[in-house]
Ligand binder design. Structure first.
Ligand code: CA
Length: 223
């Protein structure tokens, strides 16, 4: 998860950055509205913490321009103002939540978690086949209640299988969806990764999920 903090008070920005990093988030910081808007428009962040009173471009303007450009990243407003009118104006402009300074760090983290959770749930449902579950938003995989750790490539491969249950996937289809354009079609890397995945998914006493279809490719199904 990558967060963007747009806050001009250096001390506070540093405090928020350090605290969120300790919670396991990647954190970018912008110290004025123009720089912040430019970074936010990249659309790579999962959440934006936005101060309202900023130099060069105020927070509400940043927020409105962001929404006008169809960037839907959740925004948590940080402000010293706390009147009802300000709050309504902020939410009307497309903010998702509001935090009044000074705040306790625990409060900030709780709001951040809630917004990220809401976004994850709204974004993508959990994929399931038999007792295997894949959560695209949290990037987690469980089988029979046991958490399975996958590398990024293994995860992408399983994600593709789970979106096509019961369908035979050829090596070409798999390489086109899971590898980038530098993929060498002459290698057996697809087979190698399918085997990595099988080793991790096929827990003891559990039936196989990924089956080989001779001369064709692979299929994910419950027998
Ligand atoms: Ca400020």
């Amino acid at each position: 998860m990558r967060l963007l903090v747009i806050e001009d008070e250096r001390k506070l920005a540093g405090f928020i950055r350090k605290g969120l990093q300790e919670e396991g988030y990647a954190v970018d910081v912008a110290s004025d509205g123009v720089a912040g808007l430019s970074m936010a428009l990249d659309g790579v962040h999962d959440l934006i913490l936005l101060d309202l009173q900023l130099p060069r471009k105020d927070g509400l303007t940043v927020l409105r321009e962001l929404r006008a450009k169809k960037v839907s990243t959740p925004v948590l407003l940080l402000t010293v103002r706390s009147t009802i009118e300000d709050k309504v104006e902020g939410l009307d402009s497309g903010a998702d939540d509001y935090l009044t300074k000074p705040f306790a760090f625990e409060e900030l983290v709780a709001r951040v978690r809630a917004l990220l959770r809401r976004r994850g749930e709204a974004r993508e449902p959990i994929l399931r086949i038999g007792d295997l579950f894949l959560d695209p938003a949290r990037r987690t995989v469980h089988r029979g209640g046991v958490r399975i750790d996958l590398t990024a490539r293994e995860f992408a491969l399983l994600d593709y299988f789970m979106r096509n249950p019961g369908r035979v996937l050829t090596r070409t289809m798999i390489s086109e969806h899971v590898w980038d354009y530098n993929f060498d079609p002459m290698t057996n890397v697809v087979d190698v990764y399918v085997n990595y995945l099988r080793k991790k998914l096929d827990l003891e006493d559990k039936p196989r999920l990924i089956h080989t279809v001779r001369g064709a490719g692979y299929v994910l199904k419950v027998e």
